[in-house]
Write a new protein. Structure first.
Length: 263
């Protein structure tokens, strides 16, 4: 099985790039399933039902998210719809809308379990993702998933690395998101788990992590709150392709993806 995981899709430029470039990446790499982090789809912060549906109509099979999942109030009832294909981080307290793990299938019936976690270092004081990860990985395996992908959405690189080593040999891939900067440390850990600290961003590079440069600079220089807007130029799709052994669930290869949107 070949999986494509896309980094945080940022605003309208990111959505347009996904629609234009994902079919090309599917064909080039022989992709079976596509998962994308959608927490920045709505103008750079949050996700609306329309934004989620737009990505799901663009050959994306499942959406994950992160700390901005609650930014748009209209997403709350969407998360509880039957068959919703948008996850929120699993380690929000009990009673939070939606779910944090799911199973998707290839057209020929092979199953992929997806687990969405949010870190706690420099972020919210959520439930501990480490013991919860073990519990939910076991649940996905009981549902017949040999291949399991984990979106570890957090600020600290150390926390992402820790989750990679913690789940090594237990899942197919631990792939980091949130920081919007693709790292060059993709590798397969000794137990057969593919890992990368951050897969990057689907959005504009002529920016400061997706936002118009002058707005972010003004905030740094004056310490005044600013309304952020997505930048528009030099738009890329970034992510990782992971090949998984269907029999063992171990990763066979991981490759960084970076594709520029035509101007």
């Amino acid at each position: 099985m070949k999986l494509l995981f896309l980094g945080d899709v940022f605003g309208k430029p990111g959505r347009q790039a996904v629609k234009a470039l994902v079919p090309r990446l599917i064909g080039r790499h022989g992709i079976d399933l596509v998962v994308a982090n959608a927490e920045n789809v709505a103008n750079g912060a949050g996700v609306t039902p329309e934004g989620a549906d737009e990505l799901l109509a663009a050959e994306v099979n499942l959406l994950t998210s992160g700390n901005h999942i609650w930014a748009k109030k209209e997403i709350v009832p969407y998360l509880d719809r039957p068959g919703c294909r948008l996850l929120r981080p699993a380690n929000y307290p009990q009673g939070a809308p939606g779910r944090g793990h799911a199973v998707v299938q290839t057209p020929d019936g092979r199953k992929l379990g997806v687990l969405n976690l949010e870190g706690r270092v420099f972020m919210k004081n959520l439930d501990d993702p480490f013991p919860l990860a073990l519990k939910l990985v076991d649940d996905l395996k009981r549902q017949g998933c040999t291949a399991i992908l984990v979106d570890m959405h957090c600020e600290a690189t150390s926390e992402k690395n820790a989750m990679g080593w913690f789940l090594d040999g237990k899942v197919s891939a631990v792939l980091g998101s949130h920081t919007h900067v693709q790292t060059a440390d993709q590798r397969i850990l000794p137990g057969g788990t593919a890992f990368i600290t951050d897969v990057g961003m689907c959005g504009p590079w002529d920016s400061i992590i997706g936002v118009r440069k002058e707005l972010v600079l003004e905030r740094f220089l004056t310490q005044r709150p600013m309304s952020f807007e997505p930048a528009r130029r030099e738009v890329y799709v970034q992510g990782a392709v992971v090949e998984v052994d269907d029999r063992t669930g171990k990763a066979l290869a991981i490759e960084r993806v970076q594709e520029r949107m035509p101007e």
